[in-house]
Each structure stands twice: as C-alpha cells, then as structure tokens.
Design a protein around this ligand. Structure first.
Ligand SMILES: Nc1ncnc2c1ncn2[C@@H]1O[C@H](COP(=O)(O)OP(=O)(O)O)[C@@H](O)[C@H]1O
Ligand SMILES: NC(=O)OP(=O)(O)O
Length: 314
C-alpha cells in the first residue's frame, strides 16, 4: 500500500512578498514547488496537494471592489472558488510537466472542494484571516476608516486586511477525492481552505469567509488517515521566540512540547499558529508525522535532514 502524504502549500510561498505579486512570479514559484512535489511522487508516495489563497483571494476581492462602479461585486465564496480554479490549474499544469520530465504519467486533477462550516461560528463576528498584500499601518487604517475593513498587524511583517475564518467541519467531496487517490491520481483539493458553505435545512449555500488551509489540510489528513502532513511555508523550521534575539529553531518536538510552546504564545494566530494547530489536530487523530518546512526543503525534510518534525513521542 502506498504512503499517503498531504502537502499543503502556503499562499505566501506562492507569492513571496509585495514585490512579487505578478502572475509570472507566482508561476515561477509554482514551477519551483512542483519540482519538489514531483520528486515526492517519484518516490512512490501518493501525494495530495492543498494550497492557500490568502494573498490571491485578497487581490481578487480588491479587483472586484475597484471595478464595482461598472460591474457587480463578487461574493467571497465565489472568489475562493475562483482561486481554487486559478491556482489549482497552475499547480496541475506545472506538476504534469515536472512528472513528465521524470518519465511519470500520473494524472493530476484539481477538485473544486466545498467545506462545511457552522453558520453560528464566532469567527463570523471576529475576522482573523489575513488576505491580500501587506500594507503600512497608515494605509490599513485609511481602509478601516473609509471602507470598514478589519485590519491587523500580521506577525511583525506589516498590516493586512482580515476576513472571517470559521472552523472546517466536513469536506463535501471527500468521497470522490478518496476514489481519485485510490486510482493513483495526484489530487489537488481543498484549495484556499475550501469553499465555505453552510447547510441550512438540507440546502447548501456559500458564505463569506476564507477557511484556513492548514486546518482543512489537517481535517483532510485525518479523513484520509494520511501517513504524513507536510506544511510548506516561508520558513525552513519553526522557532520559539521567533523574530527576537532569543530565537531558537526546533528540529523535532512532541505533541506535548508543541502544545506547551503554543500555550506560551510562540506561534501567532494567522501565521504559524494555525500550522501548529493543524499538526496537533492531525496527530491527535492519527499515527503519523507532521512536518513544517519550505517547499524547497520538502524532500530533505521528509528524509529527516531538516524541517520541524512534530511527532507523538521522541
Ligand atoms: N514561531 C515561528 N516560527 C517560524 N515562523 C514563524 C513563527 N511565528 C510566525 N512565523 C512566520 O509565519 C510565517 C508562516 O505564516 P504565513 O506566511 O501566514 O503562512 P503561509 O505560508 O501559509 O501563507 C513564517 O514564514 C514566518 O515568517
Ligand atoms: N486559505 C488560506 O489559509 O490561505 P493562506 O495559506 O494563503 O493563508
């Protein structure tokens, strides 16, 4: 039986900074990431790819707002679906090219994925998911005052807009994702955290939110009983006292150690916090290993040479 690995690609790993937001920059980042994913597929691992959309969905939302004197605003659930299509397409194409270079002919497909959330989730009244690019405090406060944006300082990296990010409860397309995996297809799913939907008396409908892709990746990893959850992001290793002179990177930590660091506040909400929560959530439900590293270091990390490994016990 093949090992199943969920590989989560961070939205910020696809757009490195405010100076690299052009689509050709994203394409280059996706091409680079797909080389590493293809290497993993070449080892015989059954890979399932999830991806973020924080920067991209924010940019789409802004485009829609800027164009609203001419065209109707696009609801946020549709914008998330748009990012699933756009980013999924790009990953799908680059991955097929990289697999071909390695003599592999696996089919690759992006699944438009809906994820159920609770309409009463308190996240709807406490927007906390950063989207779009980074701004100065002055610009952020200007948008907050004039357009009612919720803005906040994101892990010392600048100011960002925030939207609601409810907890993922149920992946609607899990059955078809499982079937595709069983036939050897490389599946890209749960993009941008999945399209948030609520179930109102048996009828499903989209809601305005962006689900955290790390949280949904953990749910997916549990549902699929995956052997490994690899969360790729902008740092090779997780650190305690991040961004301070006392910063210390972590090679391996147990679930108990990660919980203790989390409770001490080492992993901020909206950045490293959700990744640690996702790793813990996955490891509480399954025997496996969660790895956090950059896309470039993925193979090295999986072979145990770098990255931060979160395990049940050492
Ligand atoms: N304790 C920490 N250890 C390492 N990185 C941290 C830590 N706290 C915050 N970060 C920052 O969080 C970033 C990951 O969050 P983010 O960029 O929002 O994720 P994503 O790659 O999914 O878009 C890292 O690149 C790093 O800059
Ligand atoms: N939806 C989501 O979690 O996106 P990022 O990974 O880009 O924040």
């Amino acid at each position: 039986m093949k090992k199943v690995s969920i590989v989560a690609i961070g939205g910020n790993a696809l757009i490195k900074d405010n100076d690299h937001i052009a689509l050709q920059d994203q394409r280059q980042a996706v091409e680079a990431t797909c080389k590493h994913i293809a290497e993993l597929v070449a080892t015989g691992t059954q890979v399932v790819v999830t991806h973020g959309n924080g920067p991209q969905v924010g940019f789409l939302m802004r485009r829609s707002e800027i164009a609203q004197t001419e065209l109707p605003l696009i609801p946020l659930d549709i914008l998330v679906a748009d990012t699933q299509g756009g980013i999924g397409y790009m990953i799908q194409q680059c991955l097929v090219n990289e697999l071909k270079k390695r003599g592999l002919s696996n089919e690759v497909v992006s699944v438009v994925t809906q994820v159920e959330v609770d309409a009463a989730d308190r996240a709807f009244s406490h927007p906390a998911k950063p989207i779009g690019g980074f701004m100065t405090e002055e610009i952020a406060q200007h948008h907050a005052k004039n357009e009612g944006w919720t803005v906040f300082e994101d892990a010392g990296r600048g100011w960002r807009r925030a939207v609601a990010s409810p907890e993922p409860i149920n992946i609607l397309e899990i059955g078809v994702i499982r079937s595709l995996i069983n036939q050897g297809t490389v599946v890209i799913c749960c993009g941008g955290g999945g399209i948030p939907i609520v179930n109102i008396e048996g009828s499903i409908q989209g809601v305005a939110a962006v689900i955290d892709k790390d949280k949904v990746s953990a749910l997916l990893a549990r549902d699929l009983k995956a052997d490994m959850l690899v969360v790729t992001t902008g740092v090779e290793k997780v650190a305690i006292n991040f961004g301070t002179p006392e910063q210390k990177v972590i090679d391996t930590m147990t679930v108990a150690e990660a919980e203790a660091y989390y409770n001490e506040g080492h992993f901020p909400p909206g950045s490293m916090g959700p990744k640690i929560e996702a790793a813990l959530d996955y490891l509480r439900g399954t025997e496996g290993v969660a790895i956090i590293t950059t896309p470039e270091k993925m193979a090295e990390a999986i072979s145990g040479h770098t990255g931060t490994h979160i395990v049940q016990s050492k």
